[in-house]
Design a protein around this ligand. Structure first.
Ligand SMILES: [Zn+2]
Length: 812
């Protein structure tokens, strides 16, 4: 009933809202007034942070991503659709086509920055195949053309059938790569493919009768069409982008509201950022494009409201977004758990896209503060220093179970990193007419609005920046960004605050001091001549950050930051290779020292900390912190960003137990006594024996096992012991919490099995009932057995999933 009412209200008011926003769009913003990015091709960095990463991206990541695309059949799928080869469609996802598109985009950026004949020809050859795969009317999604019914769960039986088919996502990435390739090479080969596809999309979807009324499903088509509009001047593409934004949350044509894809309410009515984090970042990026290009202030206000919710309540200190693996998305406000933080690499990139567009629309530095945070922390964490290994999720704490991979079945992140890193120089400057914004500090030279500017600096390792005018440009304003890390809050709000006082910074022009106000930018307006020098002295003490008390997981902890760099403790640098048993008292001195030989050259922090021993005693111990972005380049191990500030918040390293020494498996299907010790379908089930004590059944702050996408079924989880072990009691802590994708509940019932001497699973003879209590261990004692394995078989509640937070095994 409530839902029905809500929908009626939306349907009644939506036309009004849309009508008024269209009224404002009549006069599109004149381009003279708009803030524009300075293309990365005009900015040449030779700084110690980005220049080496951009070079590794060009020489290692891009070739290796193309190799993976070849090895995993990504190009074969196009060749198959083109009729050039015979065989089966490969890959598991309807969006696999976007992997080559993303790498083509990154390769195009790399070409634009540094011409490479072989790469240019390679692109020609793959584009030739892609073009032939396109259907005559412009349609292009290979699994549909190839009639791959194995993937029908994604796309159905015919084109445009399912909202979540990712066909429009494929179109969006095609357009993005085509525009990049056209700008880099001047060739229209891929652009013409993209235009033909975009024309089909804009014909097929729209507000008119005979068109399909549906939002993008997985956004990116919105920003892609806006980009194509700016490239071609064809307003139909801007109208198309506008349409997909307006259609979001309308539920026209009977499609179901979905929090997952931000399709639960029209954007104009959204207050809180929810759902899949990459979808959110891309949708709001596209909406920001549309708002800016059409002068839609209502839409801009809505985006500001959603942005405020994100930065006040859901932004990780690393610039990452998305706290949950389930649905790869946002949890409730202040859910900022370090260990289980999802912070997908793509989501951090999406966060940069969105914030950069919010800056372009408003000229406010607070958005660049978020960009910079993601740029120096979450985004570079997504790729190894070697350039050929990638993180999908970027947690802020690890027990050693996280390690970068060469590629993923769902390979969105590696491709996204390759296209993004190549474009980073484009975030340094912006212009508004003749005026210049210096948004990021990084050594290099740039041509900006007719001037040539040179930055000399060791940023981000040092805050001294010398900006020299190499070619003057007459009277104009230069806006120098004053980063939030100089002030009282890294996020300009009460989500995170610095525990210490801000130090004064200094800016001078030709040696004469300027006394800047505490604003987002220091604006210097004068007649600029060749040889003018602006000097910034931005102090970079090590600063301790504390989180809002509502962020439960971060209570009693600090994060360390120096300039824009967030630090972490990595096990390999600490005594005993552990970090969770360490703490840093508030009065401990911290020294920062440059180490040219470590991790490609980084500033390392050293301090005296404390270690909590198992017996409760506290020892002194030296601590060493490295930049978060560079962790896991020396093998897997423990890591934490948020460090305990007292021994009581540290956790002594527990002794091994029967459970912690066991191998864990999640077994699929019913119990079969003739099944081998581990069936081929068994999966690793981490988290249940990691010895973190749950606070309650909804405590998802530490790893746990859950039966993903299972509802009402019988599921099991097992321990395998290295040798026969005598056991007589287990304690099970059941998972129980709500999620927008479906709830996890304690099971309806369960039973415990052991492997007998013949290798058969037998139920134990229990002395007490199997309980399913929330917020406590469910203990079951049974007649002692000596066995090589135990298995919990749980019957899930009807329509619900479930899981186990922790499972202990005792001798009796
Ligand atoms: Zn991704």
């Amino acid at each position: 009933m409530q839902n029905f009412l809500l929908r009626t209200v939306i349907q009644t008011f939506l036309p009004l809202l849309t009508a008024s926003s269209f009224a404002m769009t009549k006069v599109a913003k004149a381009h003279k007034e708009a803030i524009c990015e300075v293309p990365f091709t005009q900015v040449h960095l030779d700084d110690p942070f980005w220049a080496p990463r951009i070079e590794v991206n060009r020489t290692v990541s891009i070739p290796s991503a193309f190799r993976e695309c070849e090895a995993n059949g990504r190009f074969d799928n196009f060749a198959l659709a083109a009729g050039l080869i015979k065989g089966e469609h490969r890959g598991d996802f309807s969006f696999d086509d976007t992997d080559p598109y993303k790498v083509i985009e990154g390769a195009s950026y790399a070409l634009a920055a540094k011409y490479d004949e072989r790469l240019d020809h390679y692109l020609d050859s793959v584009i030739h195949i892609i073009a032939q795969a396109q259907e005559p009317d412009g349609y292009l999604t290979t699994c549909v053309t190839n009639k791959c019914y194995r993937l029908s769960g994604w796309w159905g039986r015919s084109r445009w059938e399912k909202l979540n088919s990712h066909e429009l996502y494929n179109s969006g990435h095609l357009i993005e790569s085509a525009v990049a390739h056209y700008k880099a090479t001047g060739k229209r080969t891929l652009l013409d493919v993209a235009i033909k596809n975009a024309d089909l999309v804009c014909r097929t979807f729209g507000p008119n009768e005979g068109q399909i009324h549906r939002p993008g499903g997985h956004p990116i088509i919105e920003m892609a069409l806006a980009k194509l509009y700016l490239t071609t001047g064809n307003k139909a593409y801007l109208d198309g982008a506008r349409y997909f934004i307006d259609e979001t949350g309308r539920q026209t044509d009977g499609h179901q509201p979905s929090i997952y894809s931000q399709d639960h309410l029209p954007i104009l009515q959204q207050q809180e950022i929810v759902g899949h984090a990459v979808r959110a970042g891309y949708l709001y990026s596209g909406a920001a494009d549309v708002a800016a290009l059409t002068g839609d202030t209502l839409l801009q206000q809505a985006l500001e409201r959603i942005w405020q919710n994100m930065t006040r309540k859901k932004l990780f200190i690393t610039g990452g977004i998305g706290s949950r693996a389930q649905g790869e998305g946002f949890g409730p406000n202040y859910e900022l758990n370090s260990h289980t933080a999802y912070c997908e690499t793509c989501a951090a990139i999406a966060n940069v896209f969105w914030n950069h567009r919010m800056f372009l629309a408003t000229g406010q530095s607070k958005y660049i503060d978020v960009c910079e945070r993601a740029l120096y922390n979450n985004v570079p964490s997504g790729v190894s220093l070697s350039g050929d290994r990638f993180f999908y999720d970027n947690p802020l704490e690890s027990g050693g179970e996280h390690e970068r991979q060469r590629w993923f079945g769902c390979a969105c992140c590696p491709g996204n990193v390759t296209r993004f890193v190549a474009s980073v120089p484009g975030y340094v400057y912006a212009t508004k007419g003749r005026d210049i914004y210096v948004n990021l500090y990084a050594q290099g030279t740039a041509e900006v609005a007719g001037m040539v500017l040179e930055q000399q600096t060791r940023y981000p390792w040092d805050g001294k920046v010398r900006l020299t005018v190499k070619k003057g440009g007459g009277r104009r304003a230069i806006h120098l960004r004053l980063p939030s890390w100089l002030k009282t809050s890294p996020t300009n709000n009460d989500l995170y605050t610095y525990a210490d006082k801000a130090q004064p910074y200094a800016i001078s022009v030709n040696g004469k001091a300027y006394y800047p106000e505490n604003a987002g930018y220091k604006t210097i307006e004068r007649s600029w001549k060749k040889g003018d020098v602006v000097e910034l002295d931005l102090p970079m003490p090590v600063r301790r950050i504390v989180a809002n008390d509502n962020a439960e997981d971060l209570r009693g902890r600090v994060a360390l930051e120096r300039g824009p760099i967030v630090y972490c403790l990595e096990g390999t640098d600490q005594q005993g290779e552990t970090v969770f048993d360490k703490c840093l008292l508030g009065d401990a001195d911290i020294t920062a020292q440059w180490d040219a030989n470590l991790l490609g050259g980084v500033t390392v922090l050293s301090m005296q900390g404390k270690r909590l021993r198992r017996d409760g005693q506290v020892d002194d111990t030296p601590l060493r912190a490295i930049p978060y972005a560079t962790w896991n380049n020396r093998g897997p191990g423990q890591m934490e960003v948020w460090i305990a500030t007292s021994p009581s918040a540290a956790v002594a390293t527990p002794l091994p137990t029967i459970a912690s020494r066991a191998q864990t498996f999640s077994n699929r299907g019913p119990i079969q006594n003739d099944a081998p010790e581990t069936a081929p379908t068994d999966a690793w089930a981490g988290g249940v024996n990691d010895q973190w004590e749950p606070k309650r059944s909804s405590d998802t702050s530490k790893p746990y096992h859950y039966w993903w996408l299972k509802r009402g079924t019988q599921e099991s989880i097992s321990y395998q012991f290295a040798q026969p072990t005598t056991v007589g009691n287990v304690q099970v802590y059941w998972l129980d919490f709500d999620h927008y994708d479906g709830a996890f509940r304690v099971p309806q019932s369960w039973a415990l099995y052991y492997r007998d001497a013949d290798g058969n699973w037998r139920e134990v003879e229990q002395h007490e009932p199997y309980t399913v209590l929330r917020d406590c261990y469910n203990s079951v004692s049974f007649r002692t057995v000596t066995t090589t394995g135990l298995k919990i078989v749980a019957q899930l509640q009807e329509g619900q999933s479930g899981g186990v937070l922790e499972w202990k095994v005792n001798e009796k």
